[in-house]
Design a protein around this ligand. Structure first.
Ligand code: FES
Length: 234
């Protein structure tokens, strides 16, 4: 299974370079790996962890939190049907039943040709077009059974290729301008972040030492008497 490679690896390094702390690039790198492979492979998770100085478990813990990041293989297209309240009242469950029959998979399943993964969604904020369908996070609504079949046919035939990029594509336009942070500015911010981190660690250590000293001072002595209070008379 692939790790980040070629231009994607270069892009990952560029992305890391934008942040004072490398771990801040975690979610962008997960999207990059998903764009490359369609999902986050274990090898990609390990590679991202290496690049960011994290453990694979930390990467997985973040990736598994987000609905848009997939840690299991999915189809080339994600077809989601919202079944939350507005869509439910407008027939989303009936539409889901139709979709399952039409695609031949249950919600969560992938068609045998690997073209479609069917998902049940929470509110997609398209309630005024209920029931709504998302294909690779592009919105359609209101959608009836015939409309659903039409969307699937159009996607399969490539007729919606202009409007719906393959799953995992966040943007088809590579930004050339925009955020440009000089390297010395990044270095300054990284140094400040490290200093702040060290200071927090020292303060924490002092606090723990002070608590330990207080606890020792008030701990019962062998004779049943509490220990001398800090600074108290002997
Ligand atoms: S309830 Fe379906 S989009 Fe809001």
């Amino acid at each position: 299974m692939p790790r980040l490679a070629g231009p994607n690896l270069e892009r990952a390094k560029e992305t890391i370079g934008l942040y004072p702390q490398a771990r801040s690039a975690l979610v962008p790198l997960c999207h990059l790996a998903q764009e490359q492979d369609g999902w986050l492979t274990p090898e990609a998770i390990e590679h991202i962890a290496e690049l960011l100085g994290l453990t694979p478990v930390e990467v997985l813990g973040t990736a598994s939190f987000y609905d848009m990041l997939h840690t299991e293989p999915v189809g080339r297209n994600l077809v989601g049907i919202c079944t939350n309240i507005a869509c439910l009242l407008a027939g989303a469950y009936e539409l889901m039943e139709h979709a399952e029959e039409s695609l031949g998979v249950s919600a969560g399943g992938t068609t045998s040709d690997g073209q479609f993964t069917l998902e049940e969604l929470e509110c997609a904020a398209y309630c005024d077009k209920a029931p709504c369908v998302l294909v690779n996070y592009r919105f359609f609504g209101p959608v009836d059974n015939a409309g659903f079949d039409q969307i699937v046919d159009d996607v399969r035939a490539g007729r919606l290729a202009e409007d719906i990029p393959p799953h995992g594509t966040l943007s088809r336009v590579r930004r050339e301008g925009g955020l440009q942070v000089p390297a010395d500015e990044i270095a300054t911010q990284r140094a400040a972040a490290d200093t702040a981190k060290r200071r927090r660690a020292e303060e924490k250590k002092k606090l723990e030492e002070s608590r330990s000293a207080d606890a020792a001072a008030t701990a019962p002595q062998p004779g049943g008497q509490p220990g001398p209070a800090s600074g108290g008379a002997e």
